[in-house]
Design a protein around this ligand. Structure first.
Ligand SMILES: Cc1cc2nc3c(=O)[nH]c(=O)nc-3n(C[C@H](O)[C@H](O)[C@H](O)COP(=O)(O)OP(=O)(O)OC[C@H]3O[C@@H](n4cnc5c(N)ncnc54)[C@H](O)[C@@H]3O)c2cc1C
Length: 480
């Protein structure tokens, strides 16, 4: 019997496993699927030699999160950091472009350049303090209130109905809207602005890196560390009841709250179970992966050098698309995220071929294949795109849940990103990782700080469990 049993091998489950194994405890990780990784798997979906990131693809947090910095991830795996972090093509070949260099971005934004600098530069100067704040629990007092205040003012600037005041050009407005639409939901919103501005500031500090070998490299590095410290990974091991885990001193659950209720089988106090049943899942993604016979023929030259692109047109168009999804509809012109990994990492496809990663926002539970709508949206900004498509592979929102039970209805955040659910994730508590069951902790993205491959939900849960159950502190996590 292990000291610590972990259910789920997503980035958070593995981050928790690293902390526990490094503390000298015996760790066993159970994974329902045949391979480890949760939302960070890389698979040959269609043809041999063509590797697709099934879920996460772009990883600013892999270089910036306090957990990954302590773990020394950038010394364990390779990252390709594109010179253009993200681009937002508009009609007639125009585009808003976020270079890694703030100066180049400002220059490219013309008359809105200085307004963009005034928004972003103060955040970039406080990167570490802002990350410490946003990657913690919002109910915790910020260590550096001045940085949190600066961040809060920027969030109000872009997350309120007055969001158009700062910028005059569509390029700048659209550039910001593309990042703020990452968490699915109506725009403008404070949560969208919070997520977007964090991603925006990182675009100009660490960049938006693409892991060499795919997102799988990130989880493989954590799994290797757990094994090196005596831990064990058990695949094809779906846990249906906590009783299956015997008398482990600590159980860490990398699952959605819905699954926590099921696993506990009536052992949760009524008030807690009622609170957790109020937790809402959000709208969803439909994923479309492509194999291409050449690069995407973007009309805008800088778009061709971007690691990531946001499609959907102007700020108003994207807000309309997000409003449609919120109303349960499939927009004709959806918001589409695109990553071009094989431009930067040759391991992803045979020479001459490319893999293209895309998804668009759809209502939760959708079974609609959005491949045609996504292809149309890419063709709009890259005429001739259809000619380079060799094949495509769709995972509908409902299919995402089949792939990973944590993505309830295809909600890739395992819980809607709303103001209420950032305060109560999954319940209102100063220690939301702890459940009322002795030794049982929730360590998934359904707990603070929420979605993204940062490992921080796993880190916070493991740190709390180490202290409460073993009286231990977090050990050194870096490579030997
Ligand atoms: C299409 C898509 C694109 C994304 N793009 C990005 C991106 O570019 N960058 C980024 O940072 N994030 C991205 N994300 C989000 C990211 O993948 C998640 O935030 C992250 O994976 C959450 O990690 P987690 O450890 O909390 O859970 P998960 O990664 O969901 O892992 C949970 C694991 O637990 C297993 N499990 C669940 N129940 C059980 C059980 N009962 N028994 C055993 N095992 C179980 C599941 O099979 C799964 O492997 C994307 C997500 C999707 C779906």
């Amino acid at each position: 019997m292990a000291d610590v049993e972990i259910v789920g091998s997503g980035p958070n489950g593995l981050a928790a496993g690293v902390v526990m194994a490094r503390a000298g405890l015996t760790v066993r990780v159970h994974e329902a699927s045949g391979t480890i990784g949760g939302g960070s798997r890389t698979l040959e979906l269609v043809e041999d030699g063509h590797f697709h990131d099934v879920c996460s693809a772009v990883h600013p947090m892999a270089l910036a999160s306090p957990f990954f910095r302590a773990f020394g991830l950038s010394r364990r795996i390779g990252f390709a950091v594109p010179e253009v972090s993200f681009a937002h093509p508009l009609d007639s070949g125009r585009a808003g472009v976020a270079f890694r260099s703030l100066d180049r971005t400002v220059e490219g934004l013309g008359s809105d350049g200085q307004a963009y600098r005034r928004l972003m530069e103060p955040l970039m100067q406080r990167e570490e303090e802002i990350l410490a704040f946003v990657l913690n629990h919002v109910l915790r007092l910020p260590g550096k209130p001045e940085a949190a205040l600066r961040f809060g003012l920027a969030v109000l600037d872009q997350g309120s109905p007055f969001w158009n005041r700062r910028f005059r050009t569509e390029e700048a407005r659209a550039l910001l809207t593309g990042i703020m639409a990452h968490p699915v939901g109506p725009l403008p919103s404070l949560t969208g602005a919070g997520a977007g501005l964090t991603l925006g500031l990182l675009a100009h500090t660490v960049g938006w890196p693409i892991p060499v070998g795919g997102s799988q490299s990130i989880v493989d590095a954590m799994a290797a560390d757990i094994r090196a410290h005596g831990g064990e990974m058990v695949v094809d091991s779906r846990i249906d009841s906590l009783a299956e885990l015997g008398s482990a001193k600590v159980v860490l659950l990398d699952v959605a709250p819905k699954a926590l209720v099921r696993l506990a089988r009536g052992r949760l106090p009524v008030a807690y179970e009622r609170a957790i049943n109020r937790f809402r899942y959000g709208n969803a993604a439909c994923k479309v992966d492509y194999i291409l016979s050449g690069p995407v023929p973007w009309a805008n030259a800088e778009a061709a050098r971007a690691g990531t692109l946001h499609l959907g047109g102007t700020r108003a168009e994207i807000a309309a698309g997000e409003a449609a999804v919120a109303a349960g509809k499939h927009p004709d012109s959806p918001y589409v995220l695109v990553s071009q990994p094989s431009l930067f990492d040759p391991t992803r496809a045979p020479e001459g071929r490319h893999t293209l990663w895309t998804y668009c926002h759809v209502p939760g539970g959708s079974t609609r294949d959005m491949a045609e709508a996504v292809t149309r949206q890419i063709e709009r900004f890259a005429p001739g795109f259809r000619d380079v498509v060799v094949s495509s592979y769709t995972t509908t929102a409902a299919g995402l849940e089949t792939y990973n039970a944590n993505y309830v209805g295809g909600d890739f955040g395992s819980g809607a990103v709303t103001l209420r659910q950032m305060l109560a994730r999954p319940v209102p508590s100063l220690y939301p990782w702890a459940t009322p069951l002795k030794g049982v902790y929730l360590c998934s993205q359904s707990a603070p700080p929420g979605p993204g491959v940062h490992g921080m939900a796993g880190f916070h849960a493991a740190r709390l469990a180490l202290r409460r159950e073993f009286g231990l502190k977090v050990p050194a996590l870096g490579p030997a």
